[in-house]
Design a protein around this ligand. Structure first.
Ligand SMILES: [Zn+2]
Length: 491
C-alpha cells in the first residue's frame, strides 16, 4: 500500500504568504488536529441575549500559576517536594540524560509526581545562537522526542538554554530558532520576550507566561513580592494582553536555610482560590485550546429557550493535556447544559455561568510514547526496526529522489488504526510539517507513506549542518492511544 501526502491547507497558505506583503504574519506551521462537539444550552430567558465566550484561564480563574525549574539537577527532587507541600505544581526543563544515567526515566517519574511535568531544554545545553540550522533543529526536536519517550507524556513547553534565542551580530539566528520551535511541536515558551513582538510566529501559535523569581541561590522575599505585585495588583490588564500565566523560576540551587525562606515565600502564594495551580504543560494546553477553539451558534436548530452550539476544538494529543475548555455564558440565565448529550455542571460567578467542557472521552494524549532510531546508513525499506515500547510495531524512514518515505508495519497480533503522521522536516525545507493520514493497518501488514520534499531553502544559513528527519505517528494500538517517533540523523 502506498499513500501520498498532502501539504496541509495552512502550509499551502504559508506558501501563498511568501508572495504577500512582508508585514503579513506567517500561518501556523503545525496546526492541531480538530474535532467537533455539540453543546446544548437551556436558557431561562431569550436565546438572542446569550453571550458565549471562551475563558482565558481554565475554570475562569484570574491567573494560571506554575513553576519552571531548569536543568538536570538532583536538587529538583527537593524543590518538587517543597512545592507539593503547599499544592504548587510546575514543570522541570531537562536536557538529555547523563552518562551515569542519573537523569533518565526514573528521575522523570519522581519529578512528575503530584501533577508536575517535564519540558524541553535542548539536548546538550548549547548556545543555540552559535549553531548551524541543522544543529539547532536537532538540539530542540531530538530533546522533545527523547523526553517524550522517557516519560510517556507529551512535551509542549520549552526553555532555551541560557535564555538565548537571538543575537544582533547574527540576525538569521532568531528566525531560524523560531522556526525550529514551531516545527518541533512546542507551543509554549517560558520567555515572554520570545513570544512578544516575534514577527516569525503566527498569532496565537506560541503561548508564554510571566516569570517571577524568588531567588536561585539566595531567596529574597521582599523583591519577589514586589515583582509579583506588578502583574497581580498594579497592572493586571496590561500583563494579561500577552499572557494570563505566571510562573516561578529559574534554578533549583537553594541550599540549607534558603529552603525555609523559600517555604515562607511559597506560603504567601499558595491556596488562592482565584488562581489555577497547574504545570506549564497544562497551561500550554489550555492556552492553545483557548486560542484555537471556535464556538458557532447554530441558529437554525436553536429554539426560543435552547441554543445549540457547534464547538470546533483541538485534539488533546496535540495540546499536550486533556484539561477541559472553559466557556462563559452571559446575558441570560442558564438552566442546564449538555455536551454531546452528557449533562455539564454549572457554576455562577459574578454575571457569568461557567461551563467546563471535557474532551470527547475517546480522545486523549498518547498514553505510551516510543522511539525508533534509524541509523544514517540504512538504505532500504527492508531495514525496518522494532522499538522497545511496542514489540512487533516496526518502521523505517528513508529519503531518496526528493521523497521522504515512512514504512510502517503493524504487529502480528494487533491492528493499528486512526493513523496520523506528521513529517517534521529539517529547517532546509519549507513547509516544515507535512501531514498524512491512514484509517487502519491490519495486524501484520505494512504501509508506505510518502511526502515529496520541497526544494531546499535558497539561503545556505538554513541548509547548513546535519539533517534530522522525523516522523511523528499518532495512532491507536489495541485500543490504546500511542505515539511513535521514527527518526534518522544524517551528519
Ligand atoms: Zn539551563
Amino acid at each position: 500500500m502506498q499513500n501520498g501526502c498532502l501539504i496541509s491547507s495552512s502550509a499551502a497558505a504559508l506558501l501563498l504568504g511568501l508572495t504577500a506583503a512582508a508585514a503579513e504574519p506567517p500561518a501556523p506551521v503545525d496546526p492541531p488536529r480538530r474535532y467537533e462537539q455539540i453543546l446544548e444550552i437551556d436558557l431561562e430567558g431569550d436565546t438572542a441575549a446569550l453571550d458565549l465566550s471562551i475563558a482565558p484561564v481554565y475554570d475562569a480563574r484570574e491567573w494560571a500559576f506554575s513553576a519552571r525549574w531548569d536543568d538536570c539537577n538532583l536538587n529538583s527532587l527537593t524543590m518538587r517536594e517543597h512545592m507539593a507541600r503547599v499544592g504548587l505544581k510546575g514543570t522541570f526543563y531537562l536536557t538529555q540524560n547523563d552518562k551515569a544515567d542519573r537523569f533518565g526515566p526514573a528521575f522523570c517519574r519522581q519529578l512528575m509526581q503530584d501533577g508536575c511535568s517535564i519540558g524541553g531544554h535542548s539536548m546538550t545545553h548549547p548556545r543555540l545562537t552559535e549553531l548551524s540550522a541543522g544543529q539547532i533543529w536537532w538540539e530542540l526536536c531530538a530533546n522533545r522526542i527523547n523526553r517524550e519517550d522517557d516519560t510517556d507524556t507529551t512535551l509542549n513547553s520549552l526553555a532555551f538554554p541560557y535564555g538565548l534565542f537571538r543575537d544582533d551580530a547574527r540576525p538569521e539566528a532568531f528566525p531560524i530558532i523560531t522556526e525550529a520551535v514551531r516545527r518541533a511541536g512546542y507551543h509554549h515558551c517560558v520567555y515572554a520576550t520570545f513570544v512578544r513582538d516575534n514577527p516569525h510566529l503566527a498569532p496565537g501559535e506560541c503561548s508564554t507566561s510571566w516569570q517571577v523569581v524568588p531567588g536561585d541561590r539566595v531567596v529574597d522575599a521582599e523583591a519577589f513580592a514586589a515583582q509579583l505585585a506588578k502583574p497581580v495588583e498594579r497592572w493586571p490588564e496590561s500583563y494579561r494582553k500577552l499572557s494570563h500565566g505566571l510562573h516561578l523560576g529559574v534554578h533549583p540551587w537553594q541550599q540549607g536555610e534558603e529552603w525555609a525562606k523559600l517555604d515562607a515565600v511559597f506560603q504567601t502564594i499558595a491556596g488562592r482560590p482565584e488562581w489555577w495551580y497547574c504545570s506549564l504543560t497544562e497551561w500550554a494546553a489550555y492556552a492553545r485550546q483557548a486560542a484555537t477553539a471556535r464556538l458557532q451558534i447554530d441558529t437554525a436548530s436553536s429554539t426560543a429557550t435552547r441554543r445549540r452550539v457547534v464547538i470546533t476544538r483541538a485534539h488533546p494529543g496535540d495540546l499536550g493535556d486533556a484539561v477541559p475548555l472553559t466557556c462563559l455564558a452571559r446575558g441570560t440565565a442558564v438552566r442546564a447544559a449538555r455536551l454531546d448529550g452528557q449533562p455539564i455542571d454549572l457554576r455562577r460567578q459574578g454575571d457569568a455561568t461557567i461551563l467546563n467542557l471535557p474532551h470527547r472521552p475517546s480522545l486523549s494524549p498518547p498514553r505510551r510514547v516510543g522511539h525508533i532510531e534509524i541509523p544514517a546508513e540504512a538504505d532500504t525499506a527492508d531495514a525496518r526496526r522494532d522499538g522497545a515500547d511496542f514489540p512487533g510495531l516496526r518502521a523505517t524512514i528513508l529519503t531518496e529522489a526528493g521523497r521522504l518515505t515512512l514504512t510502517l508495519e503493524a504487529p502480528a497480533t494487533a491492528d493499528l488504526s486512526d493513523i496520523h503522521v506528521r513529517f517534521r522536516l529539517p529547517l532546509a525545507f519549507q513547509p516544515g510539517v507535512v501531514t498524512c493520514t491512514a484509517t487502519a493497518l491490519p495486524a501484520g501488514q505494512a504501509i508506505a507513506l510518502t511526502a515529496d520534499l520541497p526544494a531546499p531553502h535558497p539561503d545556505p544559513a538554513w541548509t547548513a549542518g546535519p539533517r534530522y528527519w522525523v516522523a511523528e505517528i499518532n495512532a491507536t494500538l489495541a485500543q490504546e492511544p500511542i505515539r511513535l517517533f521514527v527518526t534518522r540523523l544524517q551528519p
